[in-house]
Design a protein around this ligand. Structure first.
Ligand SMILES: *[C@@H]1O[C@H](CO)[C@@H](O)[C@H](O)[C@H]1NC(C)=O
Ligand SMILES: *[C@@H]1O[C@H](CO)[C@@H](O)[C@H](O)[C@H]1NC(C)=O
Ligand SMILES: *[C@@H]1O[C@H](CO)[C@@H](O)[C@H](O)[C@H]1NC(C)=O
Ligand SMILES: *[C@@H]1O[C@H](CO)[C@@H](O)[C@H](O)[C@H]1NC(C)=O
Ligand SMILES: *[C@@H]1O[C@H](CO)[C@@H](O)[C@H](O)[C@H]1NC(C)=O
Ligand SMILES: *[C@@H]1O[C@H](CO)[C@@H](O)[C@H](O)[C@H]1NC(C)=O
Ligand SMILES: *[C@@H]1O[C@H](CO)[C@@H](O)[C@H](O)[C@H]1NC(C)=O
Length: 786
C-alpha cells in the first residue's frame, strides 16, 4: 500500500520529465530557425552533410530522436545550412558556435505573393472581346527574339504557387530535346505526375515542411500537395516569363484576344512551389510562403541547373539581409551565376517600403502598359467622364442612374459604407433596371458588381475613393460596368443631386494601344529609399505590372471569390509580382544571346539601358502626373532591345558580394576566406550600375570599373546630370577600348556644394553615364546630406 504513491509519483515524474517536458518545449517556445554555415566546401558527400547538420542539432537537443524530429531541411547543394524547430535557447547556443555563420528565425506571415490584394484586381468575364496584344509582342520585336532563339537553351525557375500544366501556354509542341545540363525532376503529387512535365515544363517540385510545421497537415481541398497551382498566381507569373505564344486566344463571342506570349517563349520552365493557401482564410487573402521552404527551393534550383530565377514574393516591410531567406537564397544563386529577379513589393506609395533590396537581386517595381480599356460614362446632361473596364457589354442606351447609398434596404444604416454595394445591402425594388454608382472602400470590386446584379441593376459604375484617386483598374465585372476616378465619382454624385431624373449611358470598352502618357508608376509599387542599406539604390527598374494578361489556373475563378463560378484560361492581374517575370524573361533572352556573361553583367545591362522617360518624352510620373523619382522606377522602364546591346557593363563577382554581405552584416565567415577591411564596406563601393550615397558631409570618391561588351575600338565619353546641391566629376572623362572584354576604371568624385543647406531626409537625384554615340550606359544617382 505504501509503495503505491511512490510508484505513482515515480511514474508521474517520469512522464513529466521525459514526455511532457519536451512536448512543452516544442509546443510553447519552439520556432523554426535557419542555421546557416555559408558555403559547402565540396569535401563531403550528401549523406555526410546531413550527418554533420544532425550532429549540430544533437549538440543542443536532448536526444537523437529529438534532433531527428526537429530537422525540417538539410540544405546540401549550394547553401550549407539547415532548418529546424528550436527553442530560442538552442538557437542562441548554435549561433555561438564558431562554424555557424548565422542563425535566424522564420516567422509566420513574413513573406507573401506580391499581387496587389489580388481580390481587388479581378479578371475577365469569359474571354473578353478585345484585341489585347500584349507588351511582349510589341516591345521585343522579332529581332531580339530571333537573336535569342526565343530563349531556347535557357532554363527559367519560378518560385511561386506551382503551375496549371494543362494551360496551352506550357505546351511543348515543336520544342527540342531536354537540355543536357538539366538535373531537375518532375515530382509526383496530388493531381500531378511526370506525364504533366514535358519539354517545356522540364522540372516541378514542391516544398511545404515549413508550412506544415505552422499550419499542420495541408488541407488538400484548399491546395494541392503537388506542384499543381490551385491559386493562379504561379501560372500567371510563369506564363508571363516563358509562356508559349498562343495566337487568337478567342473570346466567347468570337472576338479575338490576339496573341498572348511570355517574354522568352521557348525557354524551359522549372517550377518550385513554395507558397500555399492559408487554412481558415478565404482564397483572396490566404497565401503564405516560408523561407525554409524557399531556401530548399533555391538550393534545389541551383543544383538542378536553372539560369534565371523569378521570385514574385516579398515582405510587408523591409527586413535586413540577416533575417531574409530570399536574400540568402539569391546570394547563393548569384554565386552560381544565376540571375535573380524579385518583386519590389506592393507597399507603396509610402517611402522606404521595399522588399528584396539585396544588391545581387534585380528588384523590380511595377508600372502601366500603354494599353487601356476605355469605357466612358455619359451623363444625362451630356457630360462625358473617362472610365475603364474589360467587361464586354452592349448597353447602348440611357438608363436611370442612382447612387447606392440612396437605394439600400431599410436596415442598412445611413453611413458612407451604404454607398459601397456590400453584399445584401441594395434594395431590388429601388435598383431594378438602373445603373448604380458604387464607391470603393470595403468589399471587393467585382463583389460590388455581383450585388448590383443580384438586386437586378442594369449596370454599375465603380467610383474610386479619395485614397484611390485617379488610378483605374480594368476589371471584368459580371454585368455592364466601368470604373471612374474619385473626381469623376464626385461629379456623378453632384449630378445625381442636381436633377430629378438622373440618367447615364455606359459606352462599351475599346482597347486603346499607345495610350499616353505611358508608362506611369502604379501607386502600389514599393518605394525607396532603401532602408536596409541607404548606400544602395533600389528598386533597380520598373516593368509592366498593371492589368497584365497571362495564363490562369483551371481550379479557381478569375476573381478568386467563392461566389464566382467563372473559369478562365487567361486572367488580368496586377502587382510587382507581374512585373518581376517580365525582367526574368529579358534576363533569359540576354543569357541566350550572351552565354558567357555573368549574372551581374546581365543585371547591369538591364539596368543601364532602362528608359526614364515616358512615351511623351517626359520623366515617368504617377497616375496623377506627379513626378516620380528613381525611388519608384530605379533606372527606368525595362528596354529589352537596348539591354541586349548595352555597350559597357558594370560587372561584379561573387567575391564582391560576399565581402559586402559578410563585412556589412556581421555574419561570421567560418572558413575565414574573406578578410574584411578595417574601413567599413559601404554599399556604394560595390561595382553597381547605380549610385546612392546617404548622409554625405564631405567629398568622396567612388570607384567603378566598366567592361566593354560592345565593339572593338570604341570611344566613350562621360556625361553627368548633377543632383542639385552636389557637383560630380568623372575621371577620366573619356574611355577608349581597343577590344571587346577590356576593362577600364574610372572615379566619381562627389562634392557637396557648401552654399546650400539641406534637409537630411531629402535626396537629390541625377544621372551619370557613358556614351559612344551608339550605346548609352546610364546610371541613376541619389544623394542625401548629413
Ligand atoms: C498521371 O496523370 C494522368 C493525368 O491525370 C493520368 O492519366 C495517368 O494515369 C497518371 N499516371 C500515373 C503513372 O499515375
Ligand atoms: C478544408 O478546407 C475546406 C474548404 O475551405 C473546408 O470546408 C474543410 O473544412 C477543411 N478541412 C479541414 C480538415 O480543415
Ligand atoms: C470598412 O469597414 C470598417 C468597419 O465597418 C470601417 O471602420 C472602415 O471605415 C471601412 N472602410 C472604408 C474605406 O469605408
Ligand atoms: C447631395 O445633397 C445632399 C442633401 O441635399 C447633401 O447632403 C450632399 O452633400 C450632396 N452631395 C453632393 C455630392 O453634392
Ligand atoms: C575584335 O577583335 C578581335 C581580335 O582582333 C576579333 O577576333 C573580334 O572578332 C573583334 N570583335 C568585333 C565585335 O569586331
Ligand atoms: C575619343 O574621343 C575623344 C572626344 O571625342 C577624343 O578627344 C579622343 O581623341 C578619342 N580617342 C580616341 C583614341 O579615338
Ligand atoms: C525634410 O524632408 C522631409 C521629407 O520631404 C519632410 O517630411 C520634413 O518635414 C523635412 N524637414 C524639414 C525640417 O524641413
Amino acid at each position: 500500500m505504501r509503495r503505491e504513491p511512490a510508484f505513482f509519483l515515480f511514474f508521474f515524474l517520469f512522464f513529466f520529465l521525459f514526455l511532457f517536458f519536451p512536448l512543452l518545449a516544442s509546443c510553447e517556445n519552439s520556432q523554426v530557425f535557419i542555421v546557416y554555415f555559408g558555403e559547402h566546401k565540396g569535401d563531403k558527400l550528401l549523406h555526410e552533410i546531413e550527418d554533420s547538420h544532425h550532429s549540430y542539432l544533437l549538440s543542443v537537443k536532448e536526444s537523437e530522436e529529438d534532433a531527428r524530429a526537429s530537422l525540417l531541411y538539410s540544405y546540401k547543394h549550394s547553401i550549407n545550412g539547415f532548418a529546424a524547430v528550436l527553442t530560442q535557447d538552442e538557437a542562441s547556443k548554435l549561433s555561438e558556435m564558431d562554424e555557424v555563420a548565422l542563425v535566424f528565425r522564420s516567422d509566420s506571415n513574413k513573406y507573401s505573393l506580391q499581387t496587389t490584394r489580388s481580390w481587388e484586381f479581378l479578371g475577365l468575364e469569359d474571354h473578353m472581346g478585345h484585341q489585347a496584344l500584349d507588351w511582349k509582342n510589341r516591345q521585343l520585336g522579332d529581332g531580339l527574339w530571333q537573336r535569342a532563339k526565343y530563349g531556347r537553351e535557357v532554363i527559367v525557375g519560378i518560385l511561386d504557387t506551382g503551375l496549371w500544366p494543362e494551360s496551352e501556354s506550357f505546351s511543348d509542341e515543336g520544342m527540342g530535346p531536354m537540355p543536357k545540363t538539366w538535373k531537375g525532376i518532375c515530382q509526383t503529387g496530388q493531381g500531378f505526375n511526370s506525364s504533366h512535365c514535358n519539354r517545356k515544363l522540364i522540372g516541378a517540385r514542391y516544398y511545404l515542411k515549413g508550412y506544415e510545421q505552422r499550419y499542420g497537415p495541408l488541407n488538400t481541398t484548399l491546395d494541392s500537395r503537388s506542384p499543381r497551382d490551385l491559386d493562379g498566381h504561379g501560372t500567371h507569373t510563369a506564363s508571363t516569363a516563358v509562356g508559349r505564344s498562343v495566337p487568337k486566344v478567342s473570346a466567347l463571342g468570337g472576338f479575338g484576344l490576339g496573341t498572348v506570349s511570355g517574354g522568352a517563349p521557348l525557354a524551359r520552365l522549372a517550377v518550385y512551389k513554395v507558397c500555399w493557401a492559408i487554412p481558415g482564410k478565404s482564397k483572396v487573402e490566404g497565401n503564405t510562403c516560408f523561407e525554409e521552404d524557399m531556401l530548399a527551393a533555391f538550393d534545389d534550383a541551383i543544383a538542378d541547373g536553372v539560369h534565371v530565377l523569378s521570385v514574385s514574393i516579398g515582405t510587408q516591410s523591409p527586413i535586413p539581409y540577416t533575417q531574409d531567406g530570399i536574400a540568402v537564397g539569391a546570394f547563393h544563386a548569384a554565386k552560381n551565376n544565376i540571375v535573380v529577379a524579385c518583386a519590389a513589393g506592393n507597399a507603396g506609395p509610402t517611402p522606404s517600403t521595399l522588399s528584396n533590396p539585396a544588391p545581387w537581386i534585380i528588384t523590380v517595381g511595377a508600372s502601366s502598359l500603354d494599353r487601356r480599356f476605355i469605357s466612358p460614362v455619359i451623363l444625362g446632361n451630356g457630360e462625358r467622364l473617362e472610365g475603364e473596364t474589360v467587361t464586354p457589354h452592349n448597353l447602348r442606351d440611357y438608363y436611370p442612374l442612382v447612387y447606392a447609398g440612396d437605394v439600400v434596404t431599410p436596415d442598412v444604416p445611413n453611413t458612407p459604407i451604404a454607398g459601397q454595394c456590400l453584399l445584401g445591402s441594395l434594395s431590388p425594388k429601388k435598383v431594378k433596371g438602373k445603373i448604380v454608382l458604387c464607391l470603393r472602400g470595403n468589399g471587393t470590386r467585382v463583389g460590388k458588381g455581383m450585388e448590383v446584379k443580384r438586386a437586378g441593376g442594369a449596370g454599375f459604375i465603380l467610383g474610386n475613393s479619395a485614397a484611390n484617386g485617379a488610378e483605374l483598374v480594368a476589371d471584368a465585372h459580371v454585368l455592364p460596368a466601368t470604373s471612374v476616378s474619385w473626381i469623376s465619382a464626385q461629379k456623378i454624385l453632384q449630378y445625381i443631386n442636381s436633377t430629378s431624373n438622373p440618367t447615364a449611358m455606359l459606352i462599351p470598352a475599346k482597347t486603346v494601344l499607345q495610350s499616353r502618357p505611358a508608362p506611369f508608376m502604379a501607386s502600389f509599387t514599393s518605394r525607396g529609399p532603401n532602408p536596409i542599406d541607404p548606400n544602395i539604390l533600389k528598386p533597380d527598374i520598373t516593368a509592366p505590372g498593371l492589368d497584365i494578361l497571362a495564363a490562369w489556373t483551371g481550379a479557381d475563378s478569375p476573381s478568386k471569390l467563392e461566389s464566382d463560378n467563372r473559369r478562365v484560361e487567361y486572367n488580368f492581374e496586377s502587382g510587382t509580382s507581374m512585373a518581376c517575370p517580365h525582367v526574368a524573361a529579358v534576363a533569359a533572352l540576354l543569357r541566350a544571346i550572351h552565354p558567357s556573361w555573368s549574372a551581374a553583367a546581365i543585371r547591369s545591362a538591364i539596368i543601364t539601358t532602362a528608359n526614364p522617360v515616358n512615351n511623351m518624352g517626359l520623366p515617368i510620373a504617377d497616375t496623377a502626373a506627379k513626378k516620380e523619382t528613381p525611388f519608384a522606377f530605379g533606372s527606368g522602364h525595362l528596354s529589352p532591345q537596348k539591354a541586349s546591346d548595352p555597350g559597357l557593363v558594370y560587372d561584379a563577382s561573387y567575391k564582391d558580394y560576399a565581402m559586402y554581405f559578410l563585412c556589412r552584416t556581421g555574419v561570421k565567415d567560418p572558413d575565414k576566406k574573406y578578410k574584411c577591411p578595417r574601413k567599413a564596406v559601404a554599399g556604394y563601393d560595390l561595382n553597381s550600375p547605380s549610385l546612392q550615397v546617404s548622409g554625405l558631409n564631405r567629398i568622396i570618391t567612388v570607384k567603378r570599373t566598366v567592361t566593354n561588351v560592345g565593339l572593338n575600338n570604341s570611344n566613350y565619353t562621360s556625361y553627368i546630370t548633377e543632383p542639385s546641391g552636389y557637383s560630380i566629376k568623372i575621371t577620366p572623362s573619356t574611355l577608349f577600348f581597343d577590344r571587346v572584354g577590356q576593362k577600364k576604371r574610372f572615379t566619381i568624385r562627389i562634392e557637396p556644394k557648401t552654399q546650400t543647406t539641406h534637409n537630411t531626409s531629402e535626396y537629390s537625384f541625377g544621372w551619370y553615364g557613358w556614351s559612344d554615340g551608339v550605346h548609352t550606359v546610364r546610371s541613376p544617382t541619389a544623394i542625401s546630406p548629413a
